[in-house]
Design a protein around this ligand. Structure first.
Ligand code: HEM
Length: 550
């Protein structure tokens, strides 16, 4: 050992002393940190307990749970939280309480049975059209200032629980309730057949074609107007409005979402381009909503519109003359029904196609039922529903397997409430985790598998699924019965006339889509491509005959 390698004893002692004191310091600092954290956490836990709030992940001062909330597929994280904290979870974002509900029983107890206080939508202040940005989940759930300023929140989907919501909802209910929807069966069947005929000829148009046919059904039922083509402005304008809605909803798209006061700046000021954009988009939204109504107003009395339709019903109930307020409600009810019905139906039909590609044996079983009940000399009709239990189970399983709105739409609580000793604060956002309820292995064995047989053809069992996927209480989907008709018509027409098979890649291998979904409020299966082979020459003839008849 060289001498320079040996520390002088004094240095060694000094170092040891430094090390000891550093260690002591570390122990003290660590101890203090632990102490502070312990005090903080226990005060938070005490405050959660003292306030009788539901359990949940640690609530940090000011921030609440902002850093714990997931950005992607939040329902999956919330589902894991349900295993830890139970059926009711309380989280907060910058002081805004959010209640996550994870069991069907609790969701029904609160949102259905106490719907008089659980039927609001989140909103905080007035901005011309009532709603502005709220710090809920820091992404899609926000009703943002930009969204409000463009006028997107006038339809009753986003309206607060109040008079305007009630008026619009009543208008929609008059035409879309269980008893009235059968009058749209012909329309739904005709569009379903056109859709299938088209994708049989050109499967690359699948997504566009589904979108157009579903929109055409709703536009016709709303206004009696038949969409002529994919370039028809009665179709393109609402799509453009929805696209702008999507852009306005992107967090951070507009600085005004974070600093609402910016909206008071004069338009001539540099940096206020968003005011001009908002104005332009507002015009698109207004035109998209008013143009079809004005057409109906002129053409219903002339007998030039298809009847029945929602506008015709409202006009005739008012003796042909609507007040300005009534017109406003009718126009925005129509806009909400189109906005509410388009993506939801589209996503469901696309998920059905994914399921058929992944489970060809189930497709064959459904076709066998159709062949034996309907035969091959006619096309299925929506009125055949009662005689097709396997098809009903299959559609139910699509809803369960891939719920279109996994976290429902947020409800807001208008009064303080207490449930099983848990305090639910007034103003809370209430989000039922429908995805968890439908993927809970204790309720649905192998929830990730597509198994229509799990319902044993029991309508009671199927109803348990539809009761959840279409929402709750007074806010439950007003288009449910109508949606069921469109989906049934498309599913049965496709199965009766086509083999739904995978496309082939460049090496000739079949491309089976993954079960992969976008992560928005409404989820879409990604990259759905399929080929639609006619099951028989007769099937093609039946579709062609139906097309030429309409
Ligand atoms: C598969 C199809 C559909 C599904 C799964 C679905 C699901 C839902 C859900 C979960 C809600 C929120 C309910 C709540 O807040 O508790 C909702 C609301 C709504 N849906 Fe649907 N929907 C579908 C089709 C339709 C159709 C076809 C229309 C119109 C023709 C429509 C119009 C609406 C409207 C206007 C609302 C807002 C209701 C309100 O806030 O009062 N939906 N839907």
């Amino acid at each position: 050992m060289k001498t320079e390698d040996v520390l002088p004893i004094s240095s060694a002692l000094a170092l040891a002393a430094v090390a000891r004191s550093t260690l002591r310091m570390n122990i003290i600092v660590t101890g203090l940190t632990f102490g502070v954290v312990h005090v903080l956490v226990s005060s938070i836990v005490r405050s959660r307990k003292a306030r009788s709030l539901a359990p949940g992940p640690t609530l940090w001062p000011v921030l609440g749970n902002v850093l714990q909330l997931p950005m992607e597929n939040p329902w999956e994280t919330y589902s894991k939280w349900a295993d830890i904290y139970g059926d009711i979870i309380h989280v907060e974002v910058l002081g805004q309480p959010i209640i996550l509900l994870s069991s069907a029983e609790v969701a029904k107890d609160l949102l259905d049975k106490r719907s008089s206080i659980y039927s609001n939508r989140p909103h905080m202040a007035s901005y011309g059209v009532r709603s502005v940005s709220i710090p809920a989940r820091p992404h899609e759930l926000l009703i943002r200032t930009s969204v409000a300023s463009v006028g997107f929140s006038q339809g009753f989907v986003l309206q607060p629980y109040g008079e305007e919501w009630r008026r619009q909802r009543k208008i929609a209910n008059q035409d879309y309730n269980q008893a009235t929807v059968p009058r749209y069966y012909n329309l739904q069947e005709a569009q379903a057949r056109k859709l299938v005929e088209s994708v049989m000829n050109d499967s690359s148009s699948l997504v566009d074609e589904i979108k157009m046919r579903i929109a055409s059904i709703i536009i016709d039922a709303n206004f009696g107007y038949e969409v002529k083509s994919k370039n028809d402005p009665f179709y393109t304008l609402p799509l453009l409005a929805m696209e702008k809605f999507g852009q306005a909803s992107v967090p951070g798209a507009f600085l005004v979402d974070f600093i609402p006061q910016l909206r008071y700046l004069p338009e001539w000021m540099p940096g206020t381009g968003f005011l001009k954009t908002a104005k332009e988009w507002r015009k698109i939204m207004t035109d998209a909503s008013w143009t079809p109504y004005l057409w109906a107003k002129e053409n219903v009395p002339k007998g030039a519109a298809h009847t029945p339709n929602m506008c015709a019903t409202a006009l005739s109930r008012a003796g042909g003359q609507l007040s300005k307020e009534e017109e406003f409600s009718l126009v925005w009810a129509g806009s909400a029904m189109l906005g509410g019905g388009l993506d939801t139906n589209m996503s469901t039909v696309l998920s059905f196609i994914v399921a058929m590609l992944r489970y060809p044996e189930i497709q064959a079983k459904a076709q066998a039922e159709l062949d034996s009940v309907i035969g091959t000399t006619r096309l299925p009709s929506i009125t055949d529903r009662q005689s097709l239990p396997y098809i009903r189970s299959l559609i139910t399983e699509v809803h369960r397997w891939a719920p279109v709105i996994p976290l429902c739409l947020p409800h807001a609580l208008t009064e303080d409430d207490v449930y099983n000793g848990i305090h639910l604060p007034k103003g809370s956002l209430v989000m039922p985790n429908v995805w968890h309820m439908l993927h809970d292995a204790r309720v649905y064995e192998h929830p990730e598998k597509f198994i229509p047989e799990r319902y044993n053809s029991s309508d009671v069992e199927m109803q348990k699924v539809t009761d959840l996927v279409f929402g709750f209480g007074r806010r439950a989907c007003p288009g449910m019965y109508f949606a069921q008709g469109s989906i049934f018509a498309i599913v049965t027409t496709m199965l009766a006339t086509c083999e739904i098979v995978p496309i082939k890649d460049s090496q000739g291998k079949p491309v089976i889509p993954e079960v992969a979904y976008t992560s928005g409020t409404i989820c879409f299966p990604k990259d759905v491509k399929a080929s639609f082979k006619p099951r028989s020459p007769q099937a093609k003839v039946l579709l062609a005959q139906s097309s030429s008849a309409h």
